[in-house]
Design a protein around this ligand. Structure first.
Ligand SMILES: C[S@@+](CC[C@H](N)C(=O)[O-])C[C@H]1O[C@@H](n2cnc3c(N)ncnc32)[C@H](O)[C@@H]1O
Length: 355
């Protein structure tokens, strides 16, 4: 199953076939993807004919969702636009000033020749005054192009000391792998899952929440999506936000303002892990008859915690286990001081039929 997406911590690319197999066995016609992220799972579901309601709190997931799940325009509509954007001369603007580095500079996410293209293209996309979906297709293409020439470990909180070889290439926008089907009843929502889940009417809900960390020494800011991918938010909003710190993050993604309850590693006053309580609340609120929950042994809740929780809400349930090497970022950077690496990463899919 071919899907497309940015480099993303916790992307479910590798287990999409299992998720699709579960949905096929259960004869699911519609599914809610509550934490859609890259939208790779949503793309896979849509490709096998399932009507998808894709939801995530982030701006970038909303844009990817519009691109892959709502587009009805043919490639011929986009090709001249992409050619026009790729041929624009670069210019120095806000992105170059803050994120562009010369070859001799250290620790910037992009080389200046690419941020100059970004500055020119981002301005032009707005000037084109396209409809929301067409604009999202171009923004997705722009983000994918910039993701291919970055000089980071895969997130925007620290940049490599020496330029990554790929950062010397010149970014080039290409047409995203659009999905064409005759009837499109998909929905794309940007929202907190607790606000959206109550109103869903799908056969199945798939939940892939952030795992937080299983280590109390690890501050929640280290695993926070809003902070990891702040540059995609800024490219989408094009709002020239106030920046803080060495990585020049948006001020509005700092630890105190934007932490997801699923990323919490602390216990509540009742002594339970906050992240586990959040999963319980989510399962309780979900009206869909089937729920598939992704979780990993690197997360706050353990497999046993989840089995106990799920048994009280499920008429029946099963667990699919996947073993795979820890993703590159974990094994490359300092998080290995905390990660449970000797066991390797295990991904679980808890499939439950609600009582
Ligand atoms: C593990 S990732 C999902 C990855 C996705 N399944 C994929 O394959 O790309 C978790 C996602 O949860 C989103 N998120 C965090 N808290 C949320 C909330 N309260 N409501 C909705 N989405 C949330 C994050 O933006 C992030 O994209």
């Amino acid at each position: 199953m071919q899907t497309e997406g940015i480099k993303y911590a916790g992307s479910k690319k590798a287990i999409i076939p299992s998720i699709l197999e579960i949905c096929t066995k259960l004869q699911v016609k519609s599914a809610f993807d509550g934490f859609a992220g890259t939208t790779r799972v949503s793309q896979g579901l849509y490709k096998i004919g399932i009507q998808v309601h894709s939801n995530d709190i982030s701006d970038w997931s909303y844009i990817f969702g519009l691109c892959y799940l709502k587009n009805s325009k043919p490639a011929e509509f986009y090709e001249p636009l992409l050619e026009h954007l790729n041929n624009l001369p670069g210019k120095s603007g806000w992105f170059s000033e803050n994120y562009g580095g010369m070859e001799s500079d250290e620790k910037k996410i992009w080389q200046i020749h690419n941020t100059q293209k970004l500055d020119a293209i981002r301005e032009e996309i707005e000037r084109l005054r396209l409809d929301e979906v067409a604009r999202a297709v171009l923004l997705t293409s722009l983000i994918l192009a910039m993701d291919k020439v970055d000089s980071s470990l895969g997130h925007h909180t620290s940049y490599l000391k020496k330029w990554a070889p790929r950062s010397f290439a010149t970014m080039k926008m290409v047409l995203p792998k659009l999905i064409s089907v005759s009837e499109n009843k998909n929905k794309v929502i940007r929202g907190d899952v607790f606000d959206t889940v109550k109103n869903i009417s799908t056969d199945l809900a798939y939940f892939d929440p952030p795992y937080g960390s299983s280590n109390e020494k690890m501050p929640p800011s280290r695993v926070r999506y809003a902070s990891y991918y702040h540059l995609w938010t800024t490219i989408i909003r094009n709002d020239q936000p106030k920046l803080v710190g060495a990585a020049k993050r948006r001020q509005d993604v700092s630890d105190v303002v934007a932490t997801s309850v699923f990323e919490e590693f602390r216990r509540s006053e009742s002594g339970k892990f906050i992240a586990l309580e959040a999963i319980e609340q989510l399962i309780r609120l979900t009206p869909a008859p089937y729920i598939v929950l992704s979780y990993s042994n690197q997360g706050r809740a353990t497999r046993d915690n989840l089995v106990e929780l799920i048994s009280s809400y499920a008429r029946a349930f099963s667990i699919v286990e996947h073993n795979h090497k820890s993703h590159v970022m974990r094994s490359m950077c300092w998080t290995k001081n905390w990660a449970n690496l000797e066991e390797g990463t295990k991904e679980y899919l808890f499939v439950l039929n609600k009582k």
